[in-house]
Design a protein around this ligand. Sequence first.
Ligand code: SF4
Length: 332
Amino acid sequence: MRIGIPRALFYYQYFPLWKTLFEALGYEVVLSQPTNKEILRQGIELCVDDACLPIKIFHGHVANLIGKVDMIYIPRIVSVEPREYICPKFLGLPDMIKNSVSKIPYIVDAEFNMYKGRYYILYHLLNLCKILNINPSRMLLAYGKAMYAQRQFEKLLVKKSAVPLDIFDQKQEKQSQPYIKEDNNIKVLLLGHNYNIYDDYISMGLIRKLRKHKIDFITCEMVEKNEIQEGNKKLSKDLFWTLGKKTIGTAYYFLERKQVDGVIHIASFGCGPDSLVGELIEKRIKREFKIPFLNLNIDEHAGEAGFNTRLEAFLDVLEGMKYFEDNISTYG
Ligand code: SF4
């Protein structure tokens, strides 16, 4: 049996877990192609107009799997951390897909909700057992292997300051390039949802471009959880959105330690959480840190020329600042 996983949204976060789980259960895991013009076109055509770009692209990836698989895994994700929620669009995704995409294979839409505690993952697994007709003890065994793979993946992201595409199968992800960091490089914080930043097509090759300019970057996935929590202590009110919290915690942690030369925030046009988070970070940078901040909004109409111009101007400012710092004495 072949199970399809759309190469979009939480693929960038949970692919090692999902792949190992389904393979340990005897399924062949099939990925949709990397995002391309056709996938975007199909996504726009199938999805409702007012959805954000990542959701539209997800529709395109589902369409890309039609005819190649027997079923598609689209969990109904409500919460991935205790006492927190993620964007409601994840919750409604299986229904959106069923209503918008015709001739789709069976959708495995078991609920994934850890709001009440991490052990609620068991409900997700039991649901999967019912849907896939699998013995629970076999499922638990497979889940043990999958969690091990996921932990290894997360450790590598932090330890090697890697991006998921550096770690996933190199044959599938040809656009990833090995990169060596140097001490004197400019360092930026690269903030935003992992499904925007790491998708080479959506982010218009941002990671490749930064590496080409020898700019080091830190993303939320390269940071230890306790550092993110430390950063979030500065918030006057606790946020209950996991993705926003992750971004703000990372930003505040590194800004306060003055460990970065600039900040890039990638936001999806029409995304409520992104606009709030971007605003909070930008205001704090202007008030307290005075380092360059670049907010890049992406949607299906964004052109690469404009994107490049803004990015290059931002990098020029950073390089200029670095030159003065390294060559001009502060004593005149
Ligand atoms: S958090 Fe924003 S970008 Fe992500 S799915 Fe929700 S609306 Fe879209």
